[in-house]
Design a protein around this ligand. Structure first.
Ligand code: HEC
Ligand code: HEC
Length: 166
């Protein structure tokens, strides 16, 4: 019982959420998602980190990760499908540390799988970045978190670690 309670507690605090100023009505955004990375299966890093950085589970809610995993065959124009066994391991890890609570709202529905970069908190936090900046060669797209967030690989998205490349 105690162990179960402890495990629940760890999962619930895997993502550290920060509160925006009153200006935004106290909306929340993730800041530190690194805690869950210590438990990450190696498979997740190799399979979900080969084309882009492996996005920490705390960046999307469970419903969105399920949709991601259900549509790997048609993953933003590429085929990222896995064997059933690998898919199960990765899905269960993503769900174990998915975003939850206030701020973890599902990104709006669209024809492609849900994007972190379409989440309300993401758009709010990046509204000062112009379209031309996103398209810089050194960045490419909003999906390329680590171009600007020096701590992204550690799950650290704190604004203190942000540097926009030329
Ligand atoms: C074969 C290459 C490939 C593999 C493997 C792959 N992805 Fe992707 N992924 C992409 C591409 C391409 C995009 C779109 C990037 C862009 O728009 O710049 C993307 C985007 C994403 C996004 C949305 C990023 C955003 O903009 O918010 C998520 C989430 C994601 N992938 C999760 C995963 C997960 C989970 C796995 C492992 C099960 C995985 N990917 C494996 C190619 C891949
Ligand atoms: C073009 C550079 C750039 C890219 C790419 C980028 N960000 Fe950011 N990010 C920023 C800037 C600039 C801020 C705002 C910093 C500030 O408020 O001073 C920010 C803020 C944030 C914050 C809020 C941090 C805080 O301390 O309040 C989070 C969380 C975040 N980004 C996550 C992400 C994720 C996840 C990705 C990839 C899916 C990403 N960002 C891609 C530049 C970028």
């Amino acid at each position: 019982m105690l162990l179960a309670a402890l495990l629940l507690l760890t999962a619930a605090s895997a993502t550290l959420w920060a509160e925006d100023g009153e200006h935004h009505g106290g909306a929340k955004h993730p800041k530190q998602t690194g805690r869950a990375l210590a438990q990450a299966p190696a498979l997740w890093k190799t399979e979900c980190g080969s084309c882009h950085m492996a996005y920490p589970p705390g960046l999307l809610p469970a419903t969105a990760w399920n949709r991601q995993m259900d549509t790997l065959k048609n993953h933003y124009g590429v085929n990222a499908s896995l064997t059933a066994a690998d898919e199960k391991v990765i899905r269960s890890y993503l769900l174990s540390a998915a975003a939850s609570g206030r701020g973890a709202a599902e990104p709006p529905a669209s024809s492609e799988p849900p994007r972190i970069s379409r989440s309300a908190w993401f758009i709010r936090k990046h509204d000062e970045i112009s379209p031309a900046v996103w398209k810089r060669k050194s960045i490419g797209s909003a999906s390329n978190c680590q171009a600007c967030h020096s701590g992204a690989a550690r799950g650290d998205f704190d604004e203190d670690g942000v540097r926009i490349p030329r």
